[in-house]
Design a protein around this ligand. Sequence first.
Ligand code: 5GP
Length: 111
Amino acid sequence: MSTIFGKIIRRELPADIVYEDDRALAFRDINPAAPTHVLVIPKREITNVGSLDPEDAALAGHLLWVCQQVAAQEGLEDFRVVTNSGAGAGQSVFHLHFHVLGGRRLAWPPG
Ligand code: 5GP
């Protein structure tokens, strides 16, 4: 099932892309919750962490590495990586994504 992120991957919708490789794309969130708010997604359509298969483990690890690269690129020493899996956890776009947040003090726990 294609989502709005599928359209961004296919360049059917514009996005402020900050990182790209053969497996991953990272772009700024349209409604930032912090001074830096970047979404890191796989180019392959995967719904969320809850739907990962064992074969996806290397890709999931790669996405976390991309989160680290993005944080470094953005000059963030401290940052948060968060992913919502399922509507009840706050997921609104059903294409796996990691939020990379930073640039302000972040409270814990999230709501
Ligand atoms: P979720 O709620 O699924 O964890 O996060 C989805 C995120 O995608 C939200 O933070 C929302 O602001 C962002 N978002 C939704 N539509 C678009 C879009 O068209 N472009 C960009 N760049 N971000 C989007």
